[in-house]
Design a protein around this ligand. Structure first.
Ligand SMILES: [Zn+2]
Length: 55
């Protein structure tokens, strides 16, 4: 298992949120003012660090 470099991890997790309805990944620095592009939901949660990306 390779460790993810901090720069990459930042890019993956910083300002990235997940729609709680449809699980779409949304990049924003204003989560409270952002709607999901797919379903229009405002219910976003931060990406959990350590969550592995499935390829
Ligand atoms: Zn959504």
């Amino acid at each position: 298992m390779a460790m993810i470099p901090p720069e990459i991890a930042d890019r993956l997790y910083k300002n990235v949120y997940i729609c709680m309805k449809c699980n779409a990944r949304i990049r924003t620095n204003k989560p409270h003012r952002t709607k999901c592009r797919k379903c229009g939901s405002k219910q976003l949660r931060p990406v959990k660090k350590g969550m592995k990306m499935k390829k």
